[in-house]
Design a protein around this ligand. Structure first.
Ligand code: PEP
Length: 247
């Protein structure tokens, strides 16, 4: 059985003080939830968020890191630095990192390999633009992103990786993929994992949907057979994220 995951992505929102206060406020609302509850937060918020989440079922993750161990990379943070705070989950391949900060498939593969080598829990994002969807190339595009990200990754490591399917046209736009569209791509990703690895790995890997998930649409999306939870941006900044966790 795959455990459901409700993962928030705060993006560049919340100061350390605001983030800690929010965690303390939402903690009693999600206490005892069946799903795993995670907030991926900006690097500077991590220590305060980890402290605020102590003794709760909330986990804290990092939104970003650099794959090199250390050195002359001004402004970057390493996996060792993140691990030292007690954080396990790390995001990679988010479309905002790809589009705004120019992270390419090769870099995302390096990030995934580095996170796995560091015994972290990676959340690998993939997703197509509106142009790609309208051209009918979604499945080919996603397959390319997944094949590239998983280069050199073993079946056991894939099982430890969470894949998040996030159509770019649905992120922060209020435009959610229909349950049919979300399930089609998540199902295809699971089939691809079976083809690249084996049926057991495909059965074990968790696949999330992300893109304007909110308390109203969460239950229907998460009821799909190949959707194991959500990666949630805007709606993870509100206490009503509780409803998404419970969905
Ligand atoms: C995201 O940031 O990964 C995301 C899906 O954002 P939103 O839920 O705001 O669309």
């Amino acid at each position: 059985m795959r455990r459901r995951l409700a993962a928030g992505n705060w993006k560049m929102n919340m100061t350390p003080t605001q983030g800690a206060a929010f965690i303390k406020e939402i903690a009693p609302l999600v206490a005892g939830a069946e799903a795993e509850v995670l907030f991926c937060v900006p690097a500077i918020d991590i220590p305060a968020a980890v402290e605020a989440a102590k003794g709760t079922n909330i986990e804290i993750g990092a939104e970003n890191f650099y794959y090199e161990a250390k050195g002359a990379y001004t402004g970057e943070i390493s996996l060792d630095m993140i691990k030292d705070t007690g954080v396990e989950y790390v995001l990679m391949g988010h479309s905002e990192r790809r589009q705004i900060f120019g992270e390419c498939d090769e870099m995302i593969n390096k990030k995934l390999l580095a996170a796995l080598a560091a015994q972290m829990k990676p959340i690998l994002c993939c997703g197509e633009s509106l142009e790609i969807r309208e051209a009918g190339d979604t499945l080919t595009w996603i397959e390319g992103q997944i094949r590239s990200a998983f280069t050199g990754v073993t079946a056991d490591e894939v099982k430890k990786t969470v894949i998040a399917y996030e159509p770019i046209w649905a992120i922060g736009t209020g435009k959610t993929a229909t349950t049919g569209q979300a399930q089609e791509v998540c199902g295809m990703i699971r089939e691809l994992v079976a083809k690249l690895y084996d049926a057991g790995t495909a059965e074990a890997v968790r696949i999330l949907y992300g893109g304007s998930v909110n308390p109203e649409n969460a239950a229907e999306l998460f009821a799909q057979p190949d959707i194991d939870g959500g990666l949630v941006g805007g709606a993870s900044l509100k206490l009503t994220f509780e409803k998404i966790v419970k969905a």
